[in-house]
Write a protein that binds this ligand. Sequence first.
Ligand code: DI6
Ligand code: FE
Length: 404
Amino acid sequence: MAERFDRIWHNARLATMRADRPDLGEIERGVIAARGGHILYAGGAADFPADADAIERIDCEGRWITPGLVDCHTHLVYGGNRAHEFELRLKGASYEEIARAGGGIVSTVAATRKASEAELVASALPRLDALIGEGVTTVEVKSGYGLDAETEMRQLSAARSLGRHRPVAIRTSFLGAHALPVEADGDKDRYIDLVCKEMLPAVAKAALADAVDAFMEGIAFSAEQTARVFEAARVLGLPVKLHADQLSNLGGAALAAKFSALSADHLEHTDEAGAAAMARAGTVAVLLPGAFYFIRETQKPPVEAFRKHGVPMALATDCNPGSSPLTSLLLAMNMGATLFRMTVAECLAGVTREGARALGVLDEAGTLEAGKWCDLAIWDIERPAELVYRIGFNPLHRRVWRGK
Ligand code: DI6
Ligand code: FE
């Protein structure tokens, strides 16, 4: 007996992004069939029954379909903004100077602590809508602007509730080790104790985080302090990620690899040994060209070493008020290509398959394959390179989340 589908998209060109196919895994005459929010078939029209039964059949008129995009690194939920710091930077101050002078992350912490959960949600929604408007269907959101248990949990809870306000999958990361709060009085070790012994267990108990992140940097935390956070995460069974080697090389990539991190992110100052360690551990390199651009970094991440060692590369917005006020994953792709010389295939994989891998959700998202969620982006383009090539133009025709 023939099965009945909820929806069939036909007359489409597919960029399946399947890892077992070359380039984009393109299918020229493609069909996607879904039921219950999942893809049941994504492949050539020739291998799909022309008379298949469906509640709705959608003629894509030759448009391209990619997997729904994945923004695997954002700080979408925060209070206030830092336009004023931007002005200071235009007068000559550097990102690190502002941070050391008590601005930077801790100024966003003050604004976030003052905001209610409803206010945090309300201010994040326009940013989320900008991402969604470009075909994003999965977004990672970090805490890290609370730096006390109560505010970190409020931030994570606001992040989770974004997924109830909009049709989008939200993954959360606890980033208590993002910066030292003012009340810690310069004592980083004691604050890390608090992160490991109080904040993280409370976050885990409330099931508010899917992963644990840290900022390992001169202006943030050391390798030893980061390792303590990762040990605590391991005890609680939570996967880890790391802001690594963004402003200097403290060996962040290697440390992330040592803890089998899902991803190491930024990586401008990573060396080849770090890349090799990541390859062995299967840790994804999440490249964030928006931050590179916005803080006018000149050291580029070692893309050639990642290629040589076979490190999967993802691309994300790093949307945050200080170093990357970016809410366009399409622009992040253009920057990945223009600034880091990533290829079109690498950029597209970076915002789909590899973004999903960096979140540990590759079994349910990131490619057009039977069994995964039916999250699609349907584009008014002639060739996939247009998604990377244009600047400030959005060719999204339709977005589908879980089959709708
Ligand atoms: N690296 C970054 O680029 C962001 N956080 C981090 O650890 C910056 C966050 C901010 O400046 O508010
Ligand atoms: Fe970040």
